[in-house]
Write a protein that binds this ligand. Structure first.
Ligand code: SF4
Length: 196
């Protein structure tokens, strides 16, 4: 498999900025595979914003440009913003797939900085209460669940579209309805991803 910084999937271009992550989710694809769709997503080094931009040769070819890492994209928030600005300046649609820890990782409120750069943010809410969140996400710091809730609430107030997600793993007792209710309280849309 070839290591790549960007890769195409389902009409979108995915942008792999980093392998760092502040969660260790029980369902993380990285526990099982080295990549997706034949692409090796373990990075031997992290790309610069310029290297990512150089790989975006046709902006009109993709429905969305998705910052997803094979890790947590807000670990490289400055580069993320540079690439997002390049895409937005040319009329592309941007999505951020995130664990919602960006304010903690960057030690500041990053949500206002995403305004005008990120169209859709998809946040891993992962659960409807802290105990389940900690069980499923195994975050590297205390208070992560509260941080994620606050991040979702703020994104929902600031950005065009915010989606809170959970992963349904067959046999796992996760209370999906509780997460759905919480997402609504936070002002976000809700999506259940099926673990495959
Ligand atoms: S937040 Fe995403 S990359 Fe990080 S451990 Fe969970 S599933 Fe994996």
């Amino acid at each position: 498999m070839k290591t790549v910084f960007t890769y195409e999937l389902d009409g979108n271009l995915y942008i792999n900025l980093t392998n760092k992550c502040t969660n260790a989710c029980t369902f993380c694809i990285r526990n099982e595979y080295d990549g997706i769709g034949g692409y090796d997503l373990w990075l031997s080094r992290e790309p610069s914003a310029e290297e990512i931009i150089a790989e975006i040769t046709d902006l009109k070819a993709y429905s969305e440009f998705v910052f997803c890492g094979y890790g947590e994209p807000t670990e490289r928030f400055d580069e993320l913003k540079k690439v997002a600005k390049y895409i937005k300046d040319q009329g592309g649609t941007t999505r951020l797939n995130t664990n919602g820890h960006g304010n903690i990782i960057n030690k500041r409120d990053i949500v206002p900085e995403m305004k005008g750069l990120i169209d859709i943010v998809s946040v891993s809410l992962n659960a409807g209460n802290e105990a389940e969140y900690d069980r499923v996400s195994q975050p590297s710091f205390k208070g992560a669940f509260e941080a994620v809730k606050e991040f979702i609430r703020e994104c929902a107030q600031t950005l065009p579209k915010t989606v809170a997600t959970v992963v349904a793993v067959p046999g796992d007792p996760l209370d999906i309805d509780a997460a759905r209710e919480l997402a609504a309280e936070l002002g976000a849309e809700f999506r259940v991803r099926i673990y495959e």
